[in-house]
Write a protein of this length. Structure first.
Lengths: 707, 131
């Protein structure tokens, strides 16, 4: 009995740990937020015919053009308007400096978001000998007990220019020697350390650019960029850490200057820009749970050297932005460098869980969309969720890879999703490579709401988690004396895409489920795609405005969301029993591999371990994860992400764990794999996330084989 | 034979104390060694407390020959529950070395139970009273 109670105690702790925080995860990861889009009132009133628009005096003149599918693009002084000749003629194909095999030069390793390293020194046979080469602590960490909000650090380290670059959650840039961890320089922007849009100080790292032929001895031929929560984009010399005077205003571009519509909060620059052909592509995050009319989704293209605006892409039609907003891009993006296409994962419109104020077709919301990198025009777009009322933001950059199929090479992309589907599309056209069918889904029973009668559905490849709710956990139900079953019977559940309701709707997967912002990794030679997934059940409850009497609007922590002026507030809660145990059957987190040539799932295994109060739960339960895998040529998968504060190497053929090590907190990021002076290294930024575990860190740890 | 049993029984109790002492040290290391994945967690504090109680229980058994039999029996049961609970917690904490120490304590408890010196002494006392 004592054992049982101990077990139950440990269990409940562990699970409440990971899952009680899921509402926070949803919002944090969604980061959904609005942003500044520049079609100021005058812009939105202007016909989309290429008219020249006079913005506020401080804002340079822009030209507004239709960009396709209701979107618009504003061309800035440094940009090329649709139909114009490119202002950067002669540039085509990938940037040579980014294509070297030894580096990890972007957030996702490369522009195609493959998260793949051709390094093969560390193999499945010798990975067991992997040792810590060095460790560094940035000093930028907060557990929230003082004046600074808690830190959430999900930075990918960049290795390029013979230097390892890191961005911190306090928005400093740190340059380290890649083989020793010795500090080269530090840049401190003296950023505002306040949770202006997110509940925590967040950062996902830095971006790097260099001139095609850097002039010797000239400053800022190579630049490192970091964004801040208050929308400042800093550019510093990559060799010295000194601000680049030619970039913006003495090294700083205030992106918030373009935040002119529904500007309830600043456009937080938590995700580093995507860099291609002397252009920075910048998305933003905010909060889409507080307002109905939020800043509308915008992607900025800035000149990498001057910070001047090239173009601004607006995903929402001008005629709806007085009632809605967001549909922004808060995750990273990918680029096909040969085709000059930018792939953007567009989030859901605001508010997240009620769409009665935005019944129009918003074709770019919750979509994967391809833009012309020169002009910002829509080349193609595919909506993944119609009339999104589940906060199923398209959540990660699509992974670009050529697939050998039926004797042909098909230019493909793989888009993961919160809803669990993997969409495999032709990246030139957006057409499905594996079928996507429109399937009937349940109707909404909410007055004023009109859910889409159908939703896109994918059977191949198999979804990353079951389409159906896995059932009630007998242990959790027993502990709750049947409370889980009783609650389940009260809820509305008619399968995936059951609309939110006033009685409470069981969402499986919910906004925190499926594949998250890290996305997947692919081995381009074998066509094997790997992705981690969260198996989470949450309850969506709409609350009539008159009953919505929360004393405080702490939506990001309490699970209550005001949703602006629409008729319903919202409550998001994870489906737990009184003891904090998940009411659904495990696993809670998995990792799977797919053969993109056939669409077959090769293996699918629980990944990581739930840990609560120090106790580790059974491996068969897996763990909710935040972060992403990377793949090496030798057939290894490196991944942190799990809540048990371990980093692991897996065999790509089987999914078996071949090596693991303990780090200071959950490594909620993706590692960087690089080769320096002939030696392969794997670096993890270990930041922790209180959603997973009340443990944060500032650790940077690098592994290599012993001499 | 009776004296041999007492010696063996004492050995069981003292082995239990020794194992518990080692477990306390290991639990303290687990609780306060930063970077081991479980330091400064409620779970590690819990096993520190339970191993301390195990040591206390072992000492009572080692020195408790003259305690009423029911007290000894209750203590032996509590010690067993402590061993099982601490062992399970150590397993959940994935501290194998602590689990090993607790396993030794369990073995010592078995020695104590199988060769119980108190039984002989109590029988002798009862016989002396003409019971």
């Amino acid at each position: 009995m004592m054992i049982r109670s101990k077990f139950v105690l440990a269990l409940s702790t562990a699970l409440s740990l990971s899952l009680a925080g899921m509402p926070v995860l949803a919002q944090n990861q969604d980061g959904a937020a609005g942003a500044g889009n520049a079609p100021a009132a005058s812009s939105s009133d202007a016909p989309n015919t290429g008219a020249v628009e006079n913005g506020p005096e401080s804002v340079p003149r822009t030209t507004i053009s239709p960009a396709g599918q209701g979107a618009t693009v504003e061309t800035g002084p440094a940009g090329t308007a649709p139909g114009e000749a490119s202002k950067a003629p002669g540039k085509s194909g990938p940037d040579a400096w980014m294509e070297t095999t030894d580096t990890w030069a972007t957030f996702n390793g490369d522009l195609r978001a493959q998260k793949y390293s051709p390094a093969d020194q560390i193999t499945p046979e010798n990975v067991g000998k992997l040792k810590k080469a060095w460790e560094y602590h940035t000093g930028d960490v907060s557990d929230g007990s003082g004046d600074i909000p808690t830190s959430v650090w999900s930075a990918t380290p960049l290795f390029v220019n013979d230097t390892l670059y890191l961005g911190t959650p306090f928005y400093r840039i740190i340059a380290l020697e890649p083989d020793t961890g010795e500090e080269k320089w530090v840049y401190d922007p003296d950023a505002v350390l306040e949770a202006l849009t997110q509940p925590a100080m967040k950062n996902r790292g830095v971006a790097y650019w260099q001139a095609d032929e850097p002039a010797e001895g000239e400053a800022c031929q190579k630049i490192v960029y970091i964004g801040t929560m208050d929308a400042k984009l800093h550019g510093v010399d990559a060799d010295t850490g000194k601000p680049c005077a030619s970039f913006g205003d003495n090294g700083v571009v205030d992106v918030n200057q373009w935040n002119t519509v529904n500007a309830a909060w600043p456009l937080s620059l938590l995700q580093p820009p995507t860099v291609y052909h002397d252009t920075l592509f910048v998305g933003w995050a905010g909060k889409d749970w507080t307002d109905s009319a939020a800043p509308p989704g915008t992607v900025f293209a800035l000149d990498a050297q001057s910070g001047e605006l090239k173009w601004m892409f607006h995903a929402l039609p001008n005629d709806v932005i007085e009632r809605t907003g967001t549909a922004n891009v808060w995750a990273s993006m990918s680029i096909d460098p040969e085709r000059g296409l930018l792939y953007i994962p567009v989030s859901s419109p605001s508010p997240n869980y009620y769409g009665g104020n935005r019944k129009e077709k918003l074709p770019l919301a919750t979509s994967v969309t391809a833009l012309d990198t020169d002009t910002g025009e829509v080349v193609w777009s595919r909506q993944l969720v119609h009339h999104d009322i589940w906060d199923y933001d398209t959540v990660a950059p699509p992974t670009l890879v050529d697939i050998q199929k039926d004797g042909e090479t098909v230019p493909a992309l793989v888009q993961n999703s919160k809803q669990g589907f993997l969409y495999v599309l032709n990246r030139e056209t957006g057409e499905p490579i594996y079928p996507i069918e429109e399937r009937d889904v349940p109707a909404s029973d909410i007055e004023g709401e009109q859910a889409s009668p159908t939703q896109p559905w994918v059977d191949t490849p198999a979804p990353v988690l079951p389409n159906e709710f896995p059932g009630i956990s007998q242990i959790a139900d027993a502990v709750a004396f049947g409370g889980c079953t009783d609650r389940f019977e009260e809820l509305r559940y008619e399968g995936k895409f059951t609309p939110p309701s006033t009685q409470g709707t069981l969402a499986f997967p919910p906004t925190t489920g499926g594949g998250q912002w890290g996305g997947g990794a692919v081995d381009p030679t074998s066509g094997i795609y790997v992705i981690n997934a969260n198996h989470v059940a949450q309850i969506y409850t709409l609350i009539p405005r008159e009953d919505y009497q929360q004393k405080s609007q702490e939506g990001e922590t309490s699970g209550y969301y005001k949703q602006g002026e629409v008729p319903y507030g919202f409550k998001l809660e994870t489906f737990l029993n009184w003891a904090g145990m998940p009411c659904w059957k495990p696993p809670y987190g998995t990792i799977a591999a797919y053969d993109l040539k056939t669409g077959d799932r090769l293996w699918n295994k629980p990944f990581g371990q739930v840990q609560k109060h120090g106790f580790y739960m059974p491996k068969s339960w897996g763990s909710v994860t935040i972060g992403a895998p990377v793949i090496t040529k030798s057939g290894l998968i490196f991944i942190g992400a799990s809540m048990d504060s371990r980093v692991r190497a897996l065999d790509m053929r089987t999914g078996d764990v071949l090596w693991r090590d303990l780090v200071d907190a959950p490594a909620v990021s993706m590692p960087a794999v690089y080769t320096y002076k002939g030696k392969q290294y794997v670096t993890f930024a270990v930041g922790g996330n209180t959603i997973l575990l009340p443990k944060v860190s500032d650790q940077v740890v690098t592994y290599a084989l012993p001499e | 034979m009776a004296s041999q049993s007492r010696r063996a029984g004492a050995f069981g109790a003292w082995l239990l104390c020794l194992a518990a002492l080692v477990a306390v040290v290991l639990a303290a290391l687990a609780a306060f060694s930063a970077g081991n994945g479980i330091a400064f967690t409620p779970g590690s504090y819990l096993v520190l407390v339970t191993t301390g109680l195990l040591l206390l229980g072992g000492l009572i058994l080692a020195f408790g020959h003259h305690l009423p039999r029911w007290v000894v029996v209750v203590m032996a049961i509590l010690v067993l529950l402590d061993i099982l609970g601490t062992g399970f917690a150590a397993w959940l904490l994935e501290t194998n070395i602590l689990l090993a120490a607790v396993a030794v304590a369990g073995f010592a408890w078995l020695i104590y139970i199988v060769i119980d010196p108190a039984r002989d002494s109590r029988s002798a006392i009862a016989a002396g009273k003409g019971a």
